[in-house]
Design a protein around this ligand. Structure first.
Ligand code: 5GP
Ligand code: MN
Length: 327
């Protein structure tokens, strides 16, 4: 079935996106939501857990349902949905408990995503791993349905925010000429692009910047004999800086920006797990490193993983595994 027919057979739509939602997850979800509402559907957006403060300004963000805060509401929405969109993730493991609800639901399932190796839980899959962001695919989706003229502020801001945050502000190799054409089209339609850069990037708090200073002064290390830089911060240290979700966003890029460094890792302690962010340059596939060693995945140059052993053990394990990986 093509997506037009699927939409014709649907009334209640739920849009879902991955845990620890980022700018692309929230941006593409709110953009698609805005579009489908304009087309007359009953649409809800569901996320597994809360999203950082620097995304709360987005139009429609206040209507997003967070599973961790409103489990029963989310269960009801998914139960009643006849179409469920999965945005910016390729595997139901990426949506935690929401994944079980989706897999049990009889609703039609549509995935729009740009991560490698999509799993086959969805009935309709739009997977383009060459796209810098899911938000770019949402623009294409609206374009394919000949509805670009429906783009309003919510849709334009969501698409732009998703593209901007997932492309490192239009600098990663994944940026295509089309990416810039989309940005140009959104600006032609009245988007204030510089406002979005400000709303996302110029909202640091003093504790967040102090944490950045601490990370760079005391935690950034270059491993001997390999082009690898690491920043590892324990949960106890994060708490000393009044850590809030999103406060370590982008930290890993400072490690990657060191001259000669090809792989950067940020290892973050948490209550009962350790989260890792990996970045690389050129042909080094950190998503493969992460899936082989830390139950993770992502993109070739930007991936993440998780470990349930202690923080100290995880740091040691990373250091030995990355040396092995580079051999
Ligand atoms: P970040 O380091 O910004 O959290 O994530 C970078 C990329 O890796 C994102 O595309 C994200 O979807 C992916 N990623 C992050 N954590 C995980 C994880 O635990 N598992 C998988 N499969 N992908 C992850
Ligand atoms: Mn994305």
């Amino acid at each position: 079935m093509n997506i037009e027919e699927i939409l014709k057979n649907s009334k209640k739509i739920v849009i879902t996106t991955h845990q620890s939602p980022d700018g692309d997850a929230i941006g593409s979800s709110l953009a698609l939501c805005g579009y489908l509402v304009k087309k007359g559907f009953d649409v809800s957006v569901v996320v597994p857990d809360s999203f950082p403060k620097f995304l709360m300004w987005m139009i429609g963000a206040e209507n997003v349902h967070v599973y961790d805060d409103d489990e029963n509401v989310v269960k009801g929405l998914i139960r009643e949905a006849d179409l469920i969109f999965s945005l910016d993730y390729n595997d139901l493991k990426r949506v935690g408990a929401v994944g079980d609800l989706i897999s049990k639901s009889t609703a039609y399932k549509a995935m729009i995503d740009h991560h490698l190796h999509p799993t086959d839980f969805a009935d309709w899959i739009c997977s383009d791993t060459s796209s810098c962001s899911t938000a770019q695919l949402i623009y294409n989706f609206i374009e394919d349905l000949n509805d670009l003229d429906l783009i309003d502020d919510q849709i334009a801001e969501g698409i732009y925010c998703g593209i901007m945050t997932d492309s490192g502000s239009f600098r990663f190799p994944s940026v295509q000429a089309k990416t810039h054409l989309i940005a140009a089209d959104l600006i032609n339609r009245g988007l204030n692009h510089s406002r979005i850069h400000e709303l996302v990037h110029d909202v640091n708090t003093l504790p967040k910047l102090h944490l950045l200073g601490f990370a760079l002064n005391e935690k950034l290390r270059v491993l001997p004999n390999v082009p690898v830089a690491v920043i590892a911060i324990s949960w106890e240290e994060l708490k000393q800086f009044n850590y809030k979700k999103g406060d370590t966003e982008g930290l890993v890029n400072y490690a990657l920006s060191l001259e000669g460094i090809e792989i950067a890792a940020f290892i973050k302690g948490d209550d009962n797990k350790v989260k890792m962010s990996f970045r690389s340059k050129g042909d080094i596939a950190v998503n493969e490193f992460s899936s082989q060693n830390f139950s993770g995945g992502g993109h070739k140059n930007a991936a993440g993983g998780i470990s349930f052993t202690s923080f100290e053990e995880t740091v040691e394990l990373f250091e030995s595994k990355i040396v092995e990986f580079l051999k």
